[in-house]
Design a binder for this molecule. Structure first.
Ligand code: AHM
Ligand code: MG
Length: 343
């Protein structure tokens, strides 16, 4: 008997999912397609980066005072162009722009959605040919008409409609959720189509990786220091000692931990009490995916998705992975670093 394999493309998949919402008019479907199209173009540029002379700083700093790379600039412009032209989105908050970009034109003013995006995360790794990513989150706007506003974007993660990331790695994948599980699609570069390759992704039950920039150890809160010791103790029943893996590229570290089972930690430190990662376009979308994959995401004390953002670029300590691993981190934080707790 001949075995038949059905290839499901990303476009087919999101259209199938749309039919589960009888009142949906296809706006979210079109928005996700716009993101996928921009991602393919960004992917093409990243793949060509070693060939053409595009590497190196673009000569300007982003608003966090970090040197921007040319590919950051390119990716930012690409996603903005695709989303503005698509007409479903009325405002974007991007890691690369200080203020909200509000679309006031005939295409987008009526768009129902706003997007927070990190167009190229982990970009300090580009020169070393290490996997990098795009992280996006989609909210329904709060304002009723006109261009989208900052208030439309300052929503807690529990209001997310969809979130996802693209990982530009040994293969390029788009992973996303609309709140009904997490699905991963691998780009077939020969035809330029994302194909369903990782349906219904879940953290594996057996997990034994911890990912943290241990070079900052002396600055970590005591709870995190004690947790690291816990990871290194011998207890085969709980798969310890764990393996340490850290790329320094959030999407890549998270993606590996999702597939292989592991916890990611980026704590606050004495110098930077809120850590490094940005709540709106790094922590929230990854937290939503983590929860949908059966995991958890916390700042050590609070559920990430319940934090009310005050500013666009605010940072948060970030711990995410399988539920039981994150709960262990929280236990250590409560016991050894109670002074870190925020209101
Ligand atoms: P970026 O947005 O400037 O690229 O920085 C975010 C990146 C994350 O991808 C990664 O998890 C983290 O920075 C690594 O930071 P560090 O080098 O301090 O370990
Ligand atoms: Mg980033």
């Amino acid at each position: 008997m001949v075995t038949r394999y059905k290839i499901t493309t990303l476009t087919e998949f999101i259209i199938q999912r749309q039919s589960e919402y009888p009142h949906a008019k296809g706006a979210l479907t079109r928005l996700l397609n716009d993101i996928a199209t921009a991602a393919k173009i960004v992917n093409r540029e990243i793949n060509a980066a070693g060939l053409v002379d595009i590497l190196g700083a673009a000569g300007q700093d982003n608003i966090q005072g970090e040197a921007q790379k040319k590919l950051d600039v390119f990716a930012n412009e690409m996603f903005i162009t695709a989303l503005k032209g698509g007409g479903e989105c009325c405002a974007i908050a991007s890691e690369e722009n200080e203020k909200v970009i509000s679309f006031k034109n005939e295409f987008s003013e009526l768009g129902k959605y706003v997007i927070a995006i990190d167009p190229l995360d982990g970009s300090s790794n580009i020169d070393a040919n290490v996997s990098i990513g795009t992280i996006f989150s989609i909210y329904r706007r709060k304002s009723e008409h006109g261009g989208g506003t900052q208030e439309d974007l300052l929503q807690p993660g529990i209001n997310l409609v969809a979130a996802g990331y693209i990982i530009y790695g040994s293969s390029t994948m788009l992973v996303y959720t609309t709140g009904k599980g997490v699905n991963g699609f691998t780009l077939d570069p020969s035809v330029g189509i994302f194909c369903l390759s990782h349906p219904d992704m879940k953290f594996p039950e057996k997990a034994n990786i911890y990912s943290i920039n241990e070079g900052n150890y002396i600055y970590f809160p005591d709870g995190v220091k004690k947790y690291i010791k816990h990871c290194q103790e011998n207890d085969p029943e709980s798969y310890r000692p764990y393996t340490s893996r850290y790329i320094g590229s959030l999407v890549s570290d998270f993606h590996r931990n999702l597939i292989k089972g592991g916890v990611f930690l980026y704590p606050g430190t004495a110098k930077n009490p809120n850590g490094k990662l940005r709540l709106l376009y790094e922590c929230n979308p990854i937290a939503y995916i983590a929860e949908q994959a059966g995991g958890k995401a916390s700042d050590g004390f609070r559920r990430i998705l319940e934090i009310q953002p005050e500013t666009l670029h605010q940072r948060s300590p970030f711990f995410t992975g399988p539920r039981w691993m994150v709960e262990k981190v929280e236990e250590y934080m409560r016991e050894f670093s109670p002074e870190e707790r925020k209101s």
